[in-house]
Write a protein that binds this ligand. Structure first.
Ligand code: TRP
Length: 434
């Protein structure tokens, strides 16, 4: 299940959302805060979710009840259910765009000659109403087929092939981007932190991005860890997953930003950033069409391994409440489909319908990533740090190891779960939301 866990983490969150958020929040400052959050809060909270999942061997609905004094923490499961469905709503829309861009790649991006054309192409497509909806539905239908067959084996196998392939292609693109004329400006934007740009909203954005990208905060990792073997090393798996995930995001940034500056595009373009920038890279590469198809196909598979993990969390929850698998899949799918329709239309006919000033797409993203996920992570860390018996925590995190290094790492993780994670997340909330 380890490959599946990394497969869940690596997805649109790294390649689409990270560059878009970094672009909006000032580049280097965002990256550095994001990395600090991954190390200080991300890895410990991943360990907390792993521990809850493996010790209970249960889904998010029942996991907490299997611990002493855990019953009253079951609300985390409900919060996770809501968050996973909200995320699936907008994620499927973006995954649908990926399918459309595979088709466009096969047609060689006809009628597109420069950055303006790419921008117009995206706007025309996304605001069209029916077209993006169609691809969202296609994407969800593929999810449905995978889900009703039961997933573990297929996803593990798919991730085993996908992840190395994705790495290789990302490195090839990074090299290509580093050779672009304005590579220096792009790297400076991504890596040179302007500390004065760190505002409460940058902090909240970076926190949300860390949780989103690590698949953290809604019990997804609880569900996956319930399939882990007793000997799977939790701390090591958590660290590897966080490391690979962050590397993919940084590579994505190193591909996108040099191109943004070279082709005169706008780093703060928002959700459409990578869809407007990537094709300009491909169009300027030898054999661009093949690269482009390959890239979007891999991105599509990466999003599929992530959405399957989200669906699996929600359906396992319903199955845990006594609903049959097929029915659970249908219910989740139906709700996600409705949300997906609304999110997709918020780029066109529903653009003016807003909640607290956000359109539906941005609202689902903001509420789930910046509020529900960190809140879920905060509760899980308090649960493991303060409620779960220390001997259970030690047995899960330490196993039978007596190495002093491991002991120190586990101590640091427990310290973070008790103090740093709850107060850190709490403070970011207080400043970012008020
Ligand atoms: N981490 C995935 C990505 O980067 C998305 C994802 C999958 C997710 N499962 C999750 C996000 C659980 C939050 C919680 O694309």
């Amino acid at each position: 299940m380890i490959a599946a866990t990394v497969g869940s983490a690596v997805g649109l969150g790294n390649i689409w959302r990270f560059p878009y958020e970094a672009g909006v929040h000032g580049g280097g400052a965002f990256l550095i805060v994001n990395i600090i959050f991954v190390l200080l809060l991300g890895i410990p909270v991943i360990c907390a979710e792993f521990l809850i999942g493996r010790h209970s061997g249960a889904d998010v609905c029942n996991a907490f009840s299997r611990f002493k004094r855990g019953r009253s923490w079951r609300f985390i499961g409900w919060m996770g259910l809501c968050a996973s469905i909200l995320i699936l709503g907008f994620y499927s829309v973006v995954a649908g765009w990926t399918v459309y861009y595979i088709i466009q790649s096969i047609q060689g991006f006809e009628h597109v000659h420069n950055a303006d054309d790419l921008h117009n192409m995206f706007v025309q497509f996304s605001s069209n109403g029916w077209m993006p909806l169609l691809w969202t539905v296609v994407f969800l239908a593929i999810n449905f087929l995978v889900l009703i067959r039961g997933v573990e084996k297929g996803i593990e196998k798919m991730s085993n092939i996908l992840l190395p392939a994705l790495f290789v292609i990302l490195i090839a693109f990074t090299v290509n981007s580093l050779l672009l004329p304005e590579a220096g400006s792009g790297l400076e934007f991504l890596f040179k932190p302007d500390f004065s740009a760190i505002t409460p909203s940058v902090l909240l954005g970076a926190l949300g991005q860390a949780f989103f990208s690590l698949s953290l905060g809604l019990g997804c990792l609880i569900t996956y860890a319930s399939y882990f073997k007793p000997e799977t090393p939790l701390v090591k798996t958590a660290s590897i997953s966080a490391l690979l995930d962050t590397m993919v995001a940084i590579l994505a940034g190193m591909i996108i930003f040099p191109a943004v500056f070279t082709f005169g595009q706008e780093p703060a373009a928002g959700p459409q950033l990578v869809f407007e920038v990537l094709p300009s890279i491909f169009m300027n590469m030898p054999g661009g069409m093949i690269w482009s198809i390959l890239f979007f196909v891999l991105l599509f598979v990466a999003s599929l391994t992530s959405t399957i993990s989200l669906f699996e969390t929600a359906t396992a929850f319903l199955i845990g409440r006594g609903i049959k698998r097929f029915k659970a899949v249908c219910i989740t799918m139906a709700v996600v489909l409705c949300l997906g329709v609304v999110c997709s239309l918020s780029f066109g006919p529903l653009a003016d319908a807003t909640i607290f000033g956000f359109n539906f797409f941005d609202f689902s993203d903001y509420v789930s990533s910046n509020i529900l996920l960190p809140l879920g992570g905060m509760c899980s860390s308090i649960f493991v740090g303060w409620i779960v018996e220390r001997k259970v925590v030690n047995a899960e995190l330490l196993g039978t190891s007596t190495s002093t290094f491991k002991l120190a790492v586990v101590k640091a993780i427990i310290f973070s779960l008790r103090y740093i994670a709850p107060t850190g997340i709490g403070l970011v909330f207080v400043f970012g939301l008020l």
